[in-house]
Write a protein that binds this ligand. Structure first.
Ligand code: F6P
Length: 453
């Protein structure tokens, strides 16, 4: 790793969040999500200031106290609600994962316009002000923005500090077509991103799409270095977790059949959980030999439950799972809980790991599972998951909309010869081991060096 350098990381969620326990004592919890996990390591090697939204009352208290390892921005709660629950999720998330059904949704109405101005623009402005204040303390620091919550902030910072070094990592897919949003809004998002010196994505596909959508909007991309680096996982963390007491205990209670298919996801429509159950039902319909011999374990982490589209999707997941269970009792187990040791236990035990995302920026499950799996399990992987660019040649590829194809892919994975399974599992492990999260961080810093030179 290169020398210590001042970095300002800016993301909606911070690396930690605070609460009070029953006795009223402050407790610190680790922030959720792949982005935060991946970036935490940066703090060990560099002089990092992390700017994030205050998401709990106690975060607000910490913000008011000042200091601490995170600079929390205590937003107006109404503005935050509009920014997070209306514009970022679902609107931008749904556009970027191609989840809208345009005959009915979305509608850009007066309320959405207000959410844009009073929520998304206002919160981006608050983040930009916090960044500028940090740059006043540390003018040489490079600023690393993350994700779809913050597309406008870089331009605001650039206007205030023309010489700042700015980079933005977009962790989710980038579509070519942005016409769901009125021209002024889509132009603002692109121009916001193009105020960065570097804009990075997980895959060549998303980076290519970005250049195309910039061209379509006639937004000049020449001043910005557009690149891609696949995010990965912390190997040491998983190597330790694999043998941890909690994981071993969870493994001891895991109820498997002769063959076990596992999926691990947030309850997000982009993860394609409902179609996955449908495909599993088709597998049992079409291949009666598997009835009573194979089980699908879905470990689902509840997500964004304040957003109606997510509530609806959760009901759809439950309905599809119930439909399969009604035909084949005991064939499906759904566990809805945020319990990572149980997920790691399931990773260790699967014969097949199903990752059939509609679209996904990367999908770290496709890396975490194969790293700890102990059964030469087969990865069934969506062609639209970013991970497919790296791991596709050793996976069984599926189209996320084709449930028959997914059923046949599950059958192919379950019947694959042991030597072939091992060859593929070892190749995926080697790829993940050689390209861990430390390498991702090094690549990002090298980009910064390149633009600073
Ligand atoms: O990049 C997508 C992401 O921000 C990931 O970091 C994380 O897995 C997920 O979305 C979390 O979403 P939220 O912060 O809304 O829970």
């Amino acid at each position: 790793m290169s020398e210590q350098r001042p970095l300002i990381i800016v993301s909606n969620r911070g690396p930690v969040t605070y609460d009070r326990d029953a006795e009223g004592t402050r407790i610190e919890r680790r922030g959720g999500g792949g982005l935060v996990t991946a970036l935490r390591g940066l703090r060990e090697d560099h002089d990092v200031t992390w700017i994030a939204s205050a998401t709990t009352d106690e975060d607000r208290v910490v913000a008011a106290e000042g200091g601490g390892e995170v600079v929390f921005v205590a937003h107006d709660p109404l503005a935050y609600d509009l920014y997070y629950n209306v514009v970022a999720n679902p609107m931008l998330w749904f556009i970027q994962h191609s989840l809208w059904g345009p005959a009915f949704n979305p509608t850009i109405d007066h309320a959405f316009n207000d959410a844009w101005c009073d929520g998304y623009v206002a919160i981006n402005r608050a983040f930009a002000e916090a960044v500028v204040a940090q740059l006043d303390n540390s003018p040489d620091a490079a600023v690393f923005f993350h994700d779809y919550h913050l597309y406008l902030a870089p331009r605001m910072v650039r206007e205030a500090r023309p010489d700042a070094k700015l980079a933005h990592f977009v962790h989710i897919p980038w579509p070519v077509d942005w016409t769901t949003l009125p021209e002024e809004m889509r132009r603002a998002l692109h121009n916001g991103l193009l105020a960065n010196d570097v804009v990075a994505f997980h895959t060549a596909r998303w980076a290519r799409n970005f250049k195309r959508s910039c061209t379509d909007l006639a937004c000049g991309v020449d001043r910005t270095f557009v690149t891609h680096h696949p995010i990965s996982i912390d190997l040491a963390e998983f190597d330790a977790l694999r043998e941890s007491e909690e994981v071993l205990a969870a493994e001891a209670t895991l109820d498997r059949a002769e063959k076990l298919i596992v999926r691990v996801d947030r309850t997000d429509p982009s993860k394609n959980i409902a179609r996955g159950f449908r495909a599993f039902g088709i597998l049992l319909d079409e291949h009666p030999e598997w009835r009573g011999r194979v089980k699908l374990l879905a470990r689902l982490d509840p997500s964004r439950e304040t957003i109606p589209e997510y509530v609806e999707y959760r009901a759809a997941i439950e309905a599809e799972a119930a439909a399969v269970s009604a035909r084949y009792p005991g064939a499906v187990e759904v566990q809805v809980a945020d319990n990572f040791p149980q997920s790691v236990a399931a990773y260790k035990q699967y014969d097949v790991l199903l990752v059939n995302a509609v679209y996904d920026g990367m999908n770290l499950v496709a890396k975490e599972g194969p790293l700890v799996n102990a059964r030469d399990g087969v990865l069934v992987l969506s062609e639209n998951a970013g991970a497919h660019e790296e791991l596709g040649e050793w996976a069984v590829t599926v189209n996320p909309f084709d449930v028959w194809g997914q059923a046949e892919a599950l059958h192919a994975a379950l019947t694959m010869e042991p030597a072939e399974r091992r060859r593929r599992a070892e190749a995926i492990q080697a790829q993940v081991r050689e390209n861990d999260v430390a390498k991702w961080v090094q690549c990002l810093l090298a980009d910064l060096d390149r633009v600073s030179a």
